[in-house]
Design a protein around this ligand. Structure first.
Ligand SMILES: [Zn+2]
Length: 196
């Protein structure tokens, strides 16, 4: 297994190969230095996100030792996609708090900020990079559309929708709130700096 870890010798995040799983020992592919790396446990916490009068159940993925505070913006996974919510309170054993450690929270209450998180898989040759953008739920994306991300141009090749449908015909459109994941292929470097 490979993962990006900060290397003390290279002084940057580099690719590392897992050498001994039982010891969490990794080796930097750039300089061959060995390092121990224990990933923090991720936990799924129950969430309730409200949009006006309606509220919807979902979950948020947090790191065990994250401190959650009122006003934080978190991504909530619901049955119809990922939504961006602002924390309004955190419930622990039936009481409400303004801040709490992620692992103690029983339910996180959030207010829908009207934006959604669109997940993308960016392909460049054999490498796939996950990417996320936060946009208004009404934002439209189309198969064939070019996106500028970190100085590179990616072209949308397919879009998976929340209802399971897969769009792959050039020109097929969907609104951000209905998209589960966008797949895009590397096309070119950006010549002129412009943000969409
Ligand atoms: Zn290194």
């Amino acid at each position: 297994m490979r993962r990006y870890i900060y290397c003390d010798t290279c002084k940057e995040e580099t690719e590392h190969i897992l050498v001994r799983e039982d010891k969490n020992l990794y080796r930097c592919v750039e300089c061959n230095t060995h390092t121990y790396f224990k990933p923090e446990k991720e936990i799924k916490v129950r969430a309730i996100i409200s949009s006006g009068e309606e509220s919807e159940k979902g979950s948020v993925l947090l790191k065990q030792h994250d401190l959650i505070e009122k006003g934080d913006e978190l991504i909530v996974e619901t049955k119809d996609g990922y939504k961006l919510g602002e924390v309004t309170s955190i419930e622990v054993d039936g009481k409400r708090f303004d801040r709490c450690d992620a692992e103690k929270a029983s339910t996180i209450w959030l207010r829908n900020v009207g934006e959604v998180v669109v997940k993308m898989s960016l392909h460049k040759r054999a490498v796939t990079t996950p990417y996320k953008v936060v946009v208004s739920g009404d934002t439209e994306f189309a198969v064939g559309e070019e996106l500028e991300i970190d100085g590179k141009v990616f072209q949308i090749s397919r879009m998976k929708l929340n209802d399971g449908k897969l769009l792959k015909r050039y020109g097929d459109k969907a609104k951000a709130r209905d998209i589960k994941r966008i797949y895009a292929m590397f096309k070119d470097r950006v010549k002129k700096k412009r943000f969409r």
